[in-house]
Design a binder for this molecule. Structure first.
Ligand code: G4P
Length: 290
């Protein structure tokens, strides 16, 4: 699929993130646990510079648990803490708050050593659209947001949410653009619903998704649609699913569009099992994620 984005839009997003970066001690980057590489912003590391960074592997409830453990180790090997989270149910959120406080401690301790008054650690949440930034901010604030008064240098519109005595969160998700120029990443973003369905060809994306699942998670696919034996491939597999799910037009013809929507909805809601699409990059390369 060929995907387009607007450079003007990207520049604006980048500028906003840069402006807000100055206000925080720690950057919390949300990745989709199913696609930790594809959901990463290609230039975030440049933007963030030397600022402490922490990764949230969000939607961990939809990802393969074993794969998520491997990803956590992978980031740890690079000195980056990654915390699996389900921002909707709140799983992993307590661990995340602790990890953020720990990540900010060298900075806040240093301020005190240099004679400043002790203050809470400040962080912001960054990530591509739909990765769960608003959900996580809502979760962290527990619904009732304790606003911190505006302080000098902070735009009036910006608010801070207090998370206990140790932490303040900028109540403004920083939106990053995804790796749309990498076709494999773009495909994984389309599978997971990170990219709007009307900017790509749904029919071919669904066939590619089915192929991927057939290769990597055939048992989940067979179980969901009650299929036995060798699974058919390509359009035949979609037709079989359509037949089994009653996606038929007059005259008994398969309603492909309906079958495609069923597959997408089943996959994105986790009804096709917990699936991780991105595999680890070759660690012998240079150990660098991006
Ligand atoms: P954003 O601010 O980064 O754009 O993302 P947002 O919080 O709006 O979340 C996007 C969608 O992802 C929401 O679904 C939200 O419920 C879901 N989501 C966020 N975090 C998690 C998680 O940890 N696990 C699961 N399973 N889902 C999560 P939605 O409002 O229903 O939107 P949609 O499904 O109609 O796109």
């Amino acid at each position: 699929p060929s995907l387009q984005w607007y450079p003007g839009h990207m520049r604006k997003a980048e500028r906003l993130v840069k402006e807000n970066l100055k206000l925080v001690d720690v950057v919390v980057e949300l990745l989709d646990a199913r696609i930790p590489l594809s959901s990463a912003n290609p230039v975030l590391r440049e933007i963030v510079g030397g600022k402490p960074r922490l990764i949230v592997l969000n939607k961990a409830d939809l990802a393969d648990e074993t794969a998520t453990r491997t990803w956590v180790k992978y980031f740890a090997a690079q000195g980056i803490t990654a915390v699996p989270v389900d921002a909707v149910k709140g799983h992993g959120v307590k661990e995340l708050v602790q990890a953020i406080a720990k990540c900010a401690k060298p900075k806040t301790d240093k301020l005190v050593q240099h004679g400043a008054k002790a203050r809470a650690a400040r962080c912001m949440i960054l990530g591509i659209p739909n990765v769960g930034k608003s959900s996580l901010i809502n979760r962290l604030s527990g619904g009732t947001k304790t606003k911190v008064e505006n302080r000098p240098g902070v735009t009036r519109a910006k608010q801070w949410i207090r998370l206990g005595a140790q932490l303040e969160l900028l109540d403004m998700p920083g939106i990053l653009w995804p790796k749309f120029e990498d076709q494999q990443a773009a495909l994984h973003l389309a599978f997971t619903g990170a990219i709007n369905d009307n900017v790509y060809d749904v029919a071919s994306v669904v066939l590619l998704l089915l192929n991927t699942l057939r290769e990597a998670y055939p048992a989940d696919l067979a179980a969901r649609y009650r299929m036995e034996g060798d699974l058919p491939s390509g359009t035949e597999l979609l037709e079989e699913i359509g037949r089994r799910r009653g996606c038929l037009r007059a005259g008994g013809k398969i309603d492909y569009e309906k079958a495609e929507q069923i597959v997408l909805t089943d996959f994105r809601s986790g009804r096709l099992g917990r699936v991780t699409l991105d595999s680890l990059p070759d660690m012998s390369f240079d150990g660098d994620v991006r």
